[in-house]
Design a protein around this ligand. Structure first.
Ligand code: 5AD
Ligand code: SF4
Length: 458
């Protein structure tokens, strides 16, 4: 599992979108996406919006008429990356004064006009709820800052997903978070929980499937808290998944990120009775200590989490669980950390992200001193070692098993295809006849640390 803090490779973050030809008339847009999958989705939608104004994507910032940095504010390191990248753009802007530089995403929301004060080379600052206005801001010219949370639904103002290419797609179904974990900026940068209407999501999903998409990952900061209106009824995430599973040609459904307290009975049942719902669940717990869970305002205990996982595994025994962890939260003792290690050992994860606590301005936890840096570093290392061992064990356990693979791109070797398994593991298959978008059966022949090798079954 790659670290979400690392920058998404621009080629990857632009995946699925049409790239432009080199014709002179078109304008070129370079987008760099930081952080989570919600940002990857937002980048795609911004590219589509700018596409309607004649912009095509480029992989090279040097070639671009506009550079857009879609930022992440979740940890200090993620935030600071924006400023170092802006510093690196200075010579480019000097050589090309017409180059437009935009900052989008959660740093834009949190810091607004401050970004232009610190880095005057920035032309446009646009928050995650206002980016449907980006084309108008670009057209208007001059410096522009828009960090509104407009009442209108931004998705209604975005163009249809006509340019989408590729077998997998993200679909944002819910935004924002009302949980207010003591360490987290999301409720402030992304705002309160809002669910998109079910009918519109069904429409967007059908549009994607019509373009060849076979796997949709439903996205939300708190995706299993989804409560959308549809046909006068309230749709839960489980209901949405069940309806999506009726779409012909949609072979795989995933969702992320979930909160343990919003795993309702029907959603757990769906893991057992909706074949299109993949056997993979990212269910962050953050800590294994009841004391720290309470201080984090997570509103559940470690025992409740264990019982929940037992129920999920009863519904879908081969499900692969993943999580997020924070070490070094203010007040975390050796015993608290030992409880986290114990929880990981008991659950057995397929992969997990783990982070050193980072104090974020404006959050309740930021008022308390964190754990000494050297102690937090040592804890992070120990936790990551344990998680990596579990990840390798989960990969190794796949050897000999029959899996499905959805091809996403050609591999490095001739005749090789690369795709993802049901359990979201990267798989290499030697298949000279294979094409992107094929969903094939395969038998796993070997496991390396980050991927599986498999042979196609006919
Ligand atoms: N410090 C460290 N990690 C954090 N996360 C969120 N806020 C912080 C913070 N202040 C982690 C959580 C969350 C993931 C997306 O990022 O583990 O689940
Ligand atoms: Fe942040 Fe997730 Fe907690 Fe919401 S549930 S406050 S997004 S960590």
């Amino acid at each position: 599992m790659s670290n979400p803090e690392s920058l998404t490779d621009p080629a990857e973050s632009n995946a699925g979108l049409a790239k432009g030809s080199d014709a002179d008339a078109v304008k070129k847009l370079f987008i760099k996406t930081y952080g989570c999958q919600m940002n990857v989705y937002d980048s795609e939608r911004m590219a589509e919006a700018m596409g309607a104004k004649g912009y095509v994507l480029t992989d090279k910032a040097d070639d671009a008429d506009m550079v857009l940095l879609n930022t992440c504010h979740i940890r200090e390191k993620a935030s600071e990356k924006l400023y170092s990248d802006l510093g690196r753009l200075k010579p480019l802007k000097r050589d090309k004064p017409d180059l437009k530089i935009g900052v989008a995403g959660c740093v834009a929301q949190a810091e607004g006009a401050e970004i232009r004060r610190r880095m005057p080379l920035v032309d446009i600052v646009v928050g995650p709820q206002a980016y449907h206005r980006l084309p108008a801001m670009v057209e208007a010219g001059g410096a522009q800052v828009d960090t509104d949370f407009p009442v209108e639904d931004k998705f209604e103002h975005l163009p249809q997903r006509k340019g989408y290419r590729g077998p997998t797609a993200f679909l944002t179904v819910q935004e924002g978070c009302d949980k207010f974990c003591a360490f987290c900026v999301v409720p402030y940068t992304r705002g309160a929980e809002v669910s998109r209407p079910a009918a519109r999501l069904m429409h967007e999903a059908r549009e994607l499937v019509a373009r060849g998409v076979r796997e949709i990952t439903l996205l939300g900061q708190n995706v299993n808290g989804y409560h959308g209106e549809g046909e006068g009824k309230d749709w839960t995430l489980a209901r949405l998944i069940r309806e999506l599973a009726e779409i012909d040609g949609l072979d795989r459904i995933r969702y992320t990120t979930s909160h343990p307290n919003d795993m309702d009975d029907d959603l757990i049942a769906a893991h057992g009775d909706v074949p299109q719902l993949m056997p993979y669940l990212h269910l962050p717990v953050q800590s294994g200590s009841d004391r720290i869970l309470k201080a984090m305002n997570r509103k559940h205990t470690r025992d409740q989490y264990f019982r929940l996982i037992d129920r999920i595994r009863a519904a879908r025994p081969d499900i692969l669980m993943t999580s997020d962890f924070i070490v070094g939260f203010p007040g975390e003792t050796d015993q608290d950390f030992a409880d986290t290690m114990d929880l990981v050992a008991r659950v057995g994860y397929g992969a997990a992200f783990s982070f050193k606590y980072s104090a974020r301005p404006g959050t309740p936890a930021a008022e308390k001193p964190g754990v000494e840096a050297a102690v937090a570093d040592a804890r992070l290392q120990a936790l990551q070692r344990l998680i990596l061992d579990q990840q390798h064990a989960a990969q190794a356990a796949m050897v000999g098993r029959e899996i499905s693979v959805l091809y996403e791109k050609p591999g490095r070797l001739p005749g090789q295809m690369v795709g993802k398994s049901d359990h979201l593991m990267a798989v290499h298959v030697s298949d000279p006849e294979g094409r992107i978008g094929d969903l094939v059966r395969a038998r796993v022949t070997a496991a390396s640390s980050n991927s599986l090798a498999a042979e196609r079954l006919f």
